[in-house]
Design a protein around this ligand. Structure first.
Ligand SMILES: O=C(O)[C@H](O)[C@@H](O)[C@H](O)[C@H](O)CO
Length: 433
């Protein structure tokens, strides 16, 4: 078991140092295999690669279609159109809330959070300039709108973190709606309180808007598609995923929902996408790195599962006192932190322990939907450590450093989501699922 812990600690350390999980995961898995007495090559070929391809088999379609969908929304200007419309409706005097809501609608509509960061930054800059708010606040604000309640909590969200648990618990994207809404309310409500407080503090210290060194191309006069038409592809994804199953009384695969979103997006913006093939190409190749990263993390999890020490570790994790939902929350959070990835951490935890939690759900009478929601919510907690890929992208896009903005990101992306999981577990223990 010591081998597993050392392997995991090394994985965490190397990922933190910015080394790619694609090679770090098999190296660390090798360490776990050796200390666990497994044959190195066999562990790599069978256990590691088995976990890896298993994840790719299940999830590559969603990663690829999701990325193409995001690219269509981005290149056509539809994402900016929706965002601009929402922020204008909410108004400059509520600049922070307006940016959060713009991000939220896009991510809840299935646009990848990486795309949302790029689409929202210019708008956030314009709004913060008008409201005279420090640019240091932009990353935290975008993080609250994109990386939290729409990613893991709001029932029906098409984000991958809300879909992965379905395979283990036989649930749907709207699993545990009460827990989900309560978790979302905590993240949005407390997150807004935090950001408002930070803004006030910065303003009191005389830290207000300053022009960035790099001037952005003026997007004001940009000819964007109509916001109502631009909302349609987002609605298509959410409605097909969540409403069609009720009407037709059968599950609808996320593949169908995303495909329909892409078709509607391209059809409505046919003339705005001069290079349609280039858009689809860019989306498709962009998804490759993301799926390989997560698959590598899952491969590591599969090796952990194969060594004898795993039983001891399982007993330890499952022996966390109290409700088994607490054990799941702890294991998913720790692994998401270790890998710096919500989907990767959840992938490892569920690959290793998902069937045990399902047995526990059946044995204890706790609704499997509660396990689904807790897994999703927990994946979006400790994952947002400084080495997380999305955090690095967000800071780079906003031209800010960790020192400028990480504190807000940490509060809205890690501390408050952990509070949200606790709230959801408390609700589950009194039977509100
Ligand atoms: O790997 C993943 O599943 C995701 O990319 C997340 O980990 C996000 O990066 C994070 O939630 C941002 O805070």
């Amino acid at each position: 078991m010591i081998g597993i812990i050392i392997g995991l600690a090394l994985l965490m350390f190397l990922a933190y140092k910015g080394m790619s999980i694609i090679w770090v995961a098999p190296v660390c898995a090798g360490l776990v295999a050796l200390t666990g007495g497994l044959d190195l090559v066999e562990a790599y070929r069978e256990a590691y690669m088995g976990g890896f391809v298993g994840f790719t088999k299940s999830w590559f379609p969603v990663f690829m279609l999701g990325a193409i969908f995001g690219k269509v929304m981005d290149d056509s200007g539809a994402a900016r159109s929706v965002a601009q419309w929402i922020t204008a409706k909410i108004g400059t005097n509520k600049a922070i809330f307006a940016v959060v809501m713009g991000c939220a609608v896009l991510t809840y509509g299935g646009v990848s959070l990486f795309v949302v960061v790029f689409a929202m930054y210019p708008l956030a800059l314009a709004l913060f300039r008008e409201a005279n708010i420090s640019r240091k606040m932009i990353p935290g604000t975008i993080a609250l709108g994109s990386f939290t309640f729409t990613m893991t909590a709001l029932p029906g969200t098409p984000q991958i973190q809300n879909l992965i648990p379905m395979e283990y618990y036989g649930t749907t994207p709207t699993a545990a709606p009460i827990m989900g809404m309560a978790g979302a309310a905590v993240m949005l409500g407390v997150g807004m309180l935090w950001l408002t407080r930070s803004e006030k503090k910065l303003r009191e210290a005389g830290d207000v808007f300053t022009e960035p060194k790099e001037k952005l191309a003026d997007s004001n006069g940009e000819d964007l598609p109509s916001p109502i038409l631009s909302l349609l592809p987002l609605l298509t994804v959410v409605v097909i995923l969540n409403v069609f199953p009720i009407i037709f009384n059968r599950e609808i695969d996320i593949i169908i929902a995303l495909l329909a979103g892409i078709i509607v997006g391209i059809a409505l913006n046919f003339n705005r996408l001069p290079e349609k093939v280039a858009t689809v190409n860019a989306g498709a190749s962009g998804s490759v790195l993301a799926i390989i990263n997560t698959s590598a993390a899952v491969g590591f999890g599969a090796v952990v599962r194969a060594v004898p020490g795993f039983e001891t570790l399982t007993d330890l994790v499952l022996g966390i006192p109290g409700n088994p939902l607490i054990s799941q929350a702890v294991s998913v959070n720790i692994l998401a932190g270790a890998t710096g990835s919500a989907s990767g951490g959840m992938g490892i935890a569920l690959a290793a322990l998902g069937d045990r939690y399902m047995e526990l759900a059946l044995a204890t009478g706790i609704d499997p939907a509660a396990f689904h929601r807790v897994a999703s919510l927990s994946s979006g907690g400790l994952d947002t450590l400084p080495h997380n890929g999305a955090v690095l992208t967000l800071l780079a896009v906003c031209a800010m450093t960790h020192k400028d903005s990480y504190k807000d990101i940490f509060m809205v992306g890690t501390v408050i989501p952990v509070l949200a999981v606790i709230t959801a577990i408390l609700l589950a223990t009194i039977g509100l699922v």
